[in-house]
Design a protein around this ligand. Structure first.
Ligand SMILES: Cc1cc2nc3c(=O)[nH]c(=O)nc-3n(C[C@H](O)[C@H](O)[C@H](O)COP(=O)(O)OP(=O)(O)OC[C@H]3O[C@@H](n4cnc5c(N)ncnc54)[C@H](O)[C@@H]3O)c2cc1C
Ligand code: SF4
Ligand code: SF4
Length: 536
C-alpha cells in the first residue's frame, strides 16, 4: 500500500488546483485520472474563457489546462494517467486500476474531483449512429481533428450547446438549428449571438420527436411543446441533418463520494446528487473533500477556486500553514468564488427565476433570450453602446454585452481606459465617454463573448468600417468581397474586406475590418466570404 498525504481523484481544473495548492505548501500529492490526457474538460475547450485575470480569463480552456498541469508537475505533484479509481474504503484507502493492474493507495486526505457526466434523453431512433453527446463531438473535433458529420441539430441551448455549436461551425459543419424545450435560451447571450449571426436558428419550446435513418441518422423531426413540455400535435418539422448532438445537461459524478460514505443530497440547482460539504469542501466524512462539478455543476473558473479552497484547508489541517495564513488565502478565494457566482446566470445556491432586468435596471433583451440576437432597438439602453453623437465623431467601440456575466477582460486590455466594468465583475461593461478610443482592437480580439465591435461611421462618403472578431478558416484576404450579415445572420449588403489583423495577443482571433454601406454600420456584425447577394 502506497501512502500519500493527499490523494486527488480527477485531473480536471478542480483536482489540479487542489494539487497545486497543497503541493505549494509542502504536501506530498498524487493525482489519478482515468483519461490519457490530463485537464478534464479543459483539454477539449478551444474557446476563450470568461472571468477575470485571476481566473485566467480570455485564455482558451486547453491552455489553462496545460498551465495548471505544468504548475502541478513543477511543484512535484505525481500525476498518474490511465488510472481509474474504482474503490474507496475506510481509512481513506483507494483501489486504482492502472492499465490492467489493480493498485492500492492510502491518503491522509482525499479530494474527490471527478467532474460530471453528460445527460442523455431517449426518443425514437436515439441509438442510431449520428446521435452523439456534445462532449463526444468536442472530443472528435478538438482532440482527434474529426468532423462528426456535415449538418447538425443541436439539442439544448445551454452554454455547452451554444459553445459546441460554434465549434462545429469552426470545424466546417452546418448547424441546422438549436432547439430547447425551455422557452428561453439557457446559455449566455453572447455565446448564442455568435452562432445566431452565422445564421443558426433557435427553436425554443421545441424538443426532438424522432431521429430518422436505418443504419445512421439521415434526418430529425422536431416538435413544439406546450408549457407542460407536451408535444403540440401538427407542429412537427423535419430537419435534414446527419448528426443529432445532445447538450441536455450534466450530472455530478458523485458515486465515489457515496462509496466513501459521504452524505449526498439531491440538489436540482447543482445538477443532481451532490455530497454535502462545508465551506471548505469537506464532506461529512472527515478528511474527504469534494471540489468542482462533482460538488455541483458550475464552471472551470469556480472548479479551480473550489480546488484551491480544499487544498488550502488540507494544508492547514495537517499543519503546513498557520491558521492566519490559511484564513487570508481562504478569504481571497471565497470572495473570488462569490463574485463568479453572482450575476444573471450565477450559481449562488438559490433557485432562480428568469430575471427581467439587468442588475443595473435595463430590461433584458427578449430577442436575445428567444432568438439569440439583440434587436437594434433594445440596444440603445445599454452602457456599452455609444450614442449617435459619439458615433458621428469617428471610430467607436460598441460593447454588445447586455447580461450580467462574470467577466472583465475588456476593461483589463484597453490601454486607453475606455471600458469600465468596476470591482464587481458581473457589472455590465460601460464605455467611458471621456476616454479616447485609439481603435487598437485589443478589446475585440480579447472578448471571450465576441461581443465587441469597432464602428467607424465616418470611414468614407456613404460607407462605414466595421471591425469584427473572426475565427473561421480560411481567413478572408484584404480586398476580397463577401456579404455583411446582421445579428440574425440575414444578408444586408455586399461588403469588402479592408484588413485582417492578427497578432500574438489575439491568440488566433483575427480582427476583420469590412467596408459596408453607411446605413448598416450598427447592424452589420458578420462577414460571409464569397456569398452572392440574392436577386429579388
Ligand atoms: C462544452 C463546454 C464548455 C464549457 N465552457 C466553459 C467556459 O467557457 N468557462 C468555464 O469556466 N467553464 C466551462 N465549462 C465547464 C468546465 O469545463 C467544467 O465546469 C470544469 O471542467 C469542471 O472541472 P472539474 O475539475 O470539476 O471536472 P472535469 O473537468 O470534468 O475533470 C474531472 C476529471 O476526473 C476524471 N475522473 C472521473 N472519475 C474518475 C475516476 N473514478 N478515476 C479517475 N479519474 C476520474 C475525469 O475523467 C476527468 O478528467 C465548459 C464545459 C463544457 C462541457
Ligand atoms: S479599440 Fe483599443 S482603445 Fe478602443 S476601446 Fe478597444 S481596447 Fe480600448
Ligand atoms: S464585453 Fe467585456 S465583460 Fe462582456 S464578454 Fe466581452 S470581455 Fe467579457
Amino acid at each position: 500500500m502506497i501512502r500519500y498525504e493527499v490523494i486527488i481523484i480527477g485531473a480536471g481544473p478542480a483536482g489540479l488546483s487542489a494539487a497545486i495548492e497543497a503541493a505549494a505548501r509542502g504536501l506530498k500529492v498524487v493525482v489519478f485520472d482515468e483519461n490519457d490526457k490530463p485537464g478534464g474538460q479543459l483539454f477539449k475547450q478551444i474557446h476563450k474563457f470568461f472571468g477575470a485575470k485571476e481566473h485566467q480569463a480570455r485564455e482558451r480552456g486547453f491552455r489553462i489546462g496545460e498551465r495548471l498541469l505544468a504548475q502541478a508537475v513543477g511543484l512535484g505533484v505525481k500525476v498518474v494517467l490511465g488510472a481509474q479509481v474504482v474503490g474507496i474504503f475506510d481509512n481513506k484507502q483507494i483501489t486504482v486500476m492502472i492499465d490492467t493492474q489493480m493498485e492500492y493507495y492510502v491518503g491522509n486526505s482525499i479530494v474527490i474531483a471527478t467532474g460530471a457526466s453528460e445527460n442523455v434523453i431517449s426518443f425514437p431512433g436515439w441509438t442510431l449512429p449520428g446521435v452523439i453527446g456534445a462532449g463526444a463531438a468536442q472530443t472528435l473535433m478538438n482532440i482527434y481533428g474529426l468532423r462528426p458529420g456535415s449538418k447538425v441539430l443541436m439539442v439544448g441551448s445551454g452554454n455547452v450547446g451554444v459553445v459546441v455549436g460554434y465549434q462545429l461551425i469552426q470545424a466546417g459543419c452546418q448547424v441546422a438549428a438549436v432547439i430547447d424545450a425551455a422557452a428561453h435560451i439557457g446559455g449566455y447571450g453572447v455565446h448564442a449571438a455568435k452562432i445566431a449571426r452565422m445564421g443558426v436558428p433557435f427553436y425554443l419550446s421545441h424538443t426532438i420527436a424522432q431521429a430518422h435513418g436505418t443504419d445512421r441518422v439521415c434526418g430529425a423531426t422536431i416538435v413544439e411543446v406546450d408549457q407542460a413540455w407536451q408535444p403540440v400535435p401538427g407542429s412537427e418539422k423535419f430537419l435534414d441533418v446527419d448528426v443529432i448532438c445532445l447538450a441536455v445537461g450534466l450530472s455530478p459524478m458523485s458515486q465515489l463520494a457515496r462509496l466513501a460514505g459521504c452524505l449526498l443530497q439531491d440538489h436540482p440547482h447543482k445538477g443532481g446528487l451532490v455530497p454535502v460539504c462545508d465551506e471548505y469542501g469537506e464532506t461529512t466524512v472527515k478528511d474527504i473533500y469534494a471540489a468542482g462539478d462533482v460538488a455541483g455543476i458550475e464552471e472551470a473558473s469556480s472548479a479551480m477556486l473550489q480546488g484551491r479552497i480544499a487544498g488550502n484547508a488540507i494544508a492547514c489541517r495537517h499543519g503546513y500553514i498557520s491558521r492566519t495564513e490559511f484564513e487570508r488565502y481562504h478569504a481571497e478565494y471565497k470572495t473570488s468564488l462569490m463574485q463568479l457566482r453572482g450575476g444573471t446566470f450565477g450559481h449562488d445556491g438559490g433557485e432562480k427565476t428568469q430575471p427581467k432586468h439587468t442588475a443595473e435596471g435595463q430590461p433584458l433583451s427578449q430577442t436575445l433570450l428567444t432568438k439569440g440576437y439583440l434587436d437594434e432597438r433594445e440596444l440603445t439602453v445599454f452602457p456599452g453602446i455609444p450614442g449617435e453623437a459619439a458615433r458621428k465623431q469617428g471610430l467607436v467601440a460598441v460593447l454588445e454585452c447586455t447580461q450580467n456575466i462574470p467577466c472583465n477582460p475588456c476593461q483589463d486590455v484597453c490601454p486607453k481606459g475606455c471600458i469600465k466594468v468596476g470591482d464587481k465583475i458581473t457589472n455590465l461593461p460601460v464605455m467611458v465617454s471621456s476616454a479616447h478610443c485609439s481603435g487598437c482592437g485589443l478589446c475585440v480580439i480579447s472578448c471571450p463573448g465576441q461581443a465587441i465591435f469597432l464602428v467607424n461611421e465616418t470611414y468614407a462618403d456613404n460607407f462605414a468600417a466595421v471591425s469584427i472578431p473572426y475565427e473561421l478558416v480560411p481567413l478572408p484576404v484584404p480586398g476580397s468581397k463577401g456579404m455583411a450579415c446582421d445579428r440574425s445572420g440575414a444578408v444586408l449588403a455586399e461588403a469588402e474586406v479592408i484588413s485582417v489583423r492578427k497578432n500574438a495577443k489575439s491568440d488566433g482571433t483575427a480582427l476583420l475590418t469590412m467596408k459596408v454601406p453607411g446605413q448598416w454600420a450598427m447592424l452589420a456584425r458578420f462577414f460571409k466570404p464569397g456569398a452572392a447577394l440574392q436577386e429579388g
